[in-house]
Design a binder for this molecule. Sequence first.
Ligand code: KG4
Ligand code: ZN
Length: 355
Amino acid sequence: MSGLTLGIESSCDETSAALLGPAGDVRSLIIHSQDVHRIYGGVVPELAARAHLTQIDAVVDRALTEGSATGADVGLVAVTAGPGLIGALLVGVGWAKAFAARHGLPVVGVHHMEAHLFGPLLDHPDLEPPLVALLVSGGHTMLLHVREWGAYELLGQTRDDAAGEAFDKVAKTMDLPYPGGPAIARLAEQGDGAARRLPRPLLKGPWDPEGTDAFDFSFSGLKTATALWVQELRADGVLETHRADVAAAFQEAVVDVLVAKTVGAAEHLGVSTIAIAGGVAVNRRLRERLVSEVERMGPSGRVLWASPRFSLDNGAMIARAGQFRFARDGGSPDTLTAQANLPFPGLTVAEFSPA
Ligand code: KG4
Ligand code: ZN
């Protein structure tokens, strides 16, 4: 493939476009975060689709300008085809197909979570499987054994809320702004994580590789336990003074579970590289805890993540995953369309099945 890859992301509330060189080098990245949702405390799908429609021309224009390129320099268009909000996805896919048709280019539909997995590769081009990947975003929580790029074993996933979703919902109960993850992480720095021991769902005692819950997650009970604590504090008129403690204790519980299962999976499989990706991977406490746990695994152990702009929703990861998919499978057919529940390509359920 010659020329630049244009990556377009519109699955949720970020309209983003990026240009990548043939070696996966990022030439430009523009991310427009929609603020129309702020007053609703969460993403309103209809408003998201409309905002993508009004922003996408300008976002792509800026990506081209910043990359000192025109449409004629583009060789491949990569676009998020799913999973995500259907109306939002349709804007990106329709726009990408029209742009590709105008310039006579191939277009490749990309799975949003496979793209998150490729995020760390933008900062660490030497990142190579085998690895254990923790994908933690607002919509998904998945633990993968990446045998090679394109061949993924699902070790576990959330049975209810995603990790980011739990951050967002707990934040909402405390009247913190959306998205809740960054707000809770900031507050937690001044709080006492041991103020109350909140539940560690599906983690009874030390992590047990043979347990039936070994690699699955559940955050809805923890979210409810935290919300009930918030209610208590509010009823007693002391929420304001304890808000930071709630944030810290909640974050500590989420991080405990994520770290125990991720490191446990790596040790169990004898894999020394861990990659974390998705919006929650920006969480500093999660990174610190993983680093200190991985140090125990010996000198070969390492944990990698992408810088925040490549971790949160962005067009660069879409372009990078698109390059991989195009090299492997070629372009998508003309019938490419958006799919709210697009299946993860190359994903199998791990043969390893806990007792
Ligand atoms: O990957 P992403 O940008 O979008 C989805 O694909 O969902 O992830 C967004 C999620 C939100 O739930 C947000 O609250 C969470 O990532 N997030 C964080 C942090 N920054 C963003 N969660 C915890 N700590 C953070 N620092
Ligand atoms: Zn995402």
